[in-house]
Design a protein around this ligand. Structure first.
Ligand SMILES: NC(=O)c1ccc[n+]([C@@H]2O[C@H](COP(=O)([O-])OP(=O)(O)OC[C@H]3O[C@@H](n4cnc5c(N)ncnc54)[C@H](O)[C@@H]3O)[C@@H](O)[C@H]2O)c1
Length: 371
């Protein structure tokens, strides 16, 4: 139903976003010709709830399934953990026709994806994201990898999945804060490329009167109508990522637009020593960067206000913590978007459209970040 498709020069694959989608995995694997042994990788947060029943479902459909659980958290994206996964698969007799199944948030997706990219010079991987953040971002687009002591995500490979299966029912067990941070990326996708999505998010916030109650628990499994609406919104946000990576598989152009809010956001995330979650930092970054755009004269105050109201409505803070502006700028200069010592800012021009600018005066930045 309403499936999306990523199409790049190296691959084409379906992206399914639907309540109950995990039940359809055996049929999808069959349709893709993935009939080898399945190497299911998950973390402790999803094992009992989703991995165990999924493995039983696959076995009932005739598959051989091996399961590996990694500890939850970003620290699992390390070379030793990767090595253990390799050993597990090699010792278990993995063959080229087998497939890795990544079930979990972005940590499991990145780690299992990189294990799949590197074992036997690459086996198939299916991404099954279980956090809102990984549904709308990490699981789609083929970026896989682990961290290095000198920085996050520095070791990795592009390895496109054969299928992305996002079961929105799994969001019911996500802690409210993790759900909230995911909404930041959903809203970001509206701002950069889909004014209709932005408008629908506004309408829903208004209809549900969420703004005062900071809707951490806005996923109510008992409310079928609401979960259907939310699933549709998530699918629409995923469609933005699908469109962008289909244009720019290897991050040479269009993909930079996905980094809206991330230049200030990454700096704030680091200055908070990761006390702020990624999506929370992105929300702060989006507000700061929209204000930069406003001061540059490329968007109006209406956009800044609507975006701020929407972020608030989905429970996100937008106030920049009182960090030293020099520290923010120093970290922004280390951003991956810096080219020829200039920061390339992704700035909104209107809801649904952005511009990349490398001519933001430092004095303007200081003024906005200090205010
Ligand atoms: N590859 C990419 O393009 C890309 C893009 C963005 C982020 N990332 C990476 O993604 C990672 C962040 O992803 P994340 O936010 O999903 O973090 P995560 O994988 O750490 O998940 C967040 C927490 O939620 C738990 N969890 C996951 N699903 C759950 C569920 N359904 N119910 C209950 N608990 C659940 C996890 O165990 C974890 O504790 C980072 O490592 C980041 O670098 C990658």
């Amino acid at each position: 139903m309403n499936n999306l498709t990523v199409t790049t020069s190296s691959a084409s694959y379906p992206v399914v976003v639907q309540a109950g989608a995990l039940a359809s995995l055996p049929a999808h694997l069959d349709a893709l010709g993935l009939r080898g042994v399945l190497w299911l990788i998950c973390d402790g947060a999803v094992e009992a709830r989703y991995a165990v029943p999924l493995a039983a479902h696959l076995r009932a459909a005739g598959s051989t399934v091996h399961t590996y659980r990694v500890p939850p958290g970003d620290a699992s994206k390390n070379p030793a953990q990767l090595g253990e996964l390799h050993t597990w698969m090699i010792a278990g007799g993995i063959e080229r026709r087998d497939a890795v199944l990544a079930l979990g948030g972005g940590v499991v997706g990145d780690l299992a994806g990189f294990a799949a990219a590197t074992i036997l010079r690459g086996v198939a991987v299916v991404q099954m994201p279980t956090t809102l953040l990984s549904m709308v971002d990490a699981a789609v687009g083929g970026k896989t990898g682990i961290n290095h002591p000198l920085g996050k995500n520095l070791i990795g490979a592009f390895h496109q999945p054969r299928l992305v299966l996002a079961d929105t029912d799994t969001l019911a067990s996500l802690p409210p804060r993790a759900l909230r941070e995911g909404w930041a990326e959903v809203i970001k996708h509206g701002v950069i490329r889909d004014a209709g999505l932005f408008g629908e998010l506004e309408q829903l916030a208004e209809a549900r009167g969420w703004s005062e109650s900071a809707p951490g628990g806005l996923w109510d499994p008992a409310d079928a109508a609401l979960t259907t609406v939310l699933s549709d919104l998530i699918r629409r946000a995923v469609a933005v990522k699908v469109a962008v990576v289909s244009i720019d598989e290897f991050e040479r152009g269009e993909r930079i637009t996905l980094n809206y809010g991330h230049t200030v956001g990454h700096a704030v995330e680091q200055l908070s020593r990761y006390g702020l979650l990624h999506g929370e930092a992105v929300a702060v970054g989006m507000h700061a960067e929209a204000r930069i755009a406003q001061h540059m004269g490329i968007c109006d105050g209406d956009l800044v206000g609507r975006q701020a109201a929407l972020l608030h409505a989905y429970g996100l803070e937008i106030t920049l913590p009182a960090y030293d502006v020099d520290a923010i700028l120093a970290l922004a200069m280390r951003d991956k978007k810096v080219q020829a010592k200039k920061i390339r800012w992704v700035l909104p021009t209107s809801v649904g459209a952005v511009q990349v600018r490398d001519d933001v005066p430092e004095e303007l930045l200081r003024r906005v970040l200090q205010a």
